[in-house]
Design a protein around this ligand. Structure first.
Ligand SMILES: Nc1nc2c(c(=O)[nH]1)N[C@H]1C(S)=C(S)[C@@H](COP(=O)(O)O)O[C@H]1N2
Ligand SMILES: [Mo]
Length: 198
């Protein structure tokens, strides 16, 4: 099962199902509110917090950053997993290079346009599979899956993949996002069964 090397099993072998999960074909949209309107001309991604160079990126500036393609299984804490989702966008490492997080950064808070937030460890934010996706399965992100931009962190449960992404806040101390404040796990590694806090 967990075939990752070292003390922290990554479990990123495609087609392997974490415990307690079952396969379904397409992701079920989950939202805390109505799908927010989006206007690319007015789009801004704010990058702030414990960073050397805070930034605010327009849509064009975002697209001018390095681009990557990731194929990964998508695991939802409610028990479904979708195999082989194709995501295209900016690798999170390119974002970090741009803003230069300070040495003490340990967490990232992702902000969605409708007010959704989720915290994740900086290490998982920086996972080579993590990206700021603007395309899903070969087309622009469908509205209900986060148009125009979403954070995608395949190494963690799907609630960490914030849709309608408008902000990334770099933190040295733990602060909890929407579901984490309601008892969900601060890390959320599906391969470790990190669903809720004890
Ligand atoms: N902005 C925003 N992002 C969000 C959510 C949300 O309500 N708002 N729900 C999360 C939850 S709980 C899950 S399981 C996944 C579901 O992704 P999907 O809607 O693309 O299937 O999105 C996550 N990202
Ligand atoms: Mo969820």
């Amino acid at each position: 099962m967990n075939q990752g090397a070292g003390p922290y099993p990554r479990g990123m072998v495609p087609g392997e199902l974490p415990g307690g999960q079952r396969w379904i074909e397409v992701p079920v949209p989950y939202d805390i509110g109505p799908v927010p309107e989006a206007d690319l001309a007015r789009f801004r991604l704010r990058l702030w917090g414990e960073v050397e160079r805070p930034a605010e990126l327009s849509w064009e500036e975002l697209l001018s950053l390095p681009q990557a393609v990731v194929r990964a299984d998508f695991h939802c804490v409610t028990g479904w997993s979708v195999p082989d989702v194709l995501w295209e966008g900016v690798p999170t490492g390119a974002v970090a290079e741009l803003v230069r997080p300070r040495p003490g950064v340990a967490w990232v808070m992702a902000h969605g346009r409708e007010g959704y937030t989720t915290n994740l460890p900086y290490a998982q934010f920086l996972d080579p599979m993590s990206l700021l996706a603007h395309r899903m399965n070969g087309v622009p992100l469908p509205p209900e899956h986060g148009y125009p931009l979403r954070l995608v962190v395949p190494s963690l449960f799907a609630w960490k993949s914030a849709k309608y992404l408008v902000g990334l806040e770099f933190l040295s101390e733990l602060r909890r996002g929407y579901w984490e404040a309601r008892g969900y796990h601060d890390v959320g590694d599906p391969w470790r069964g990190e669903r809720y806090r004890r």
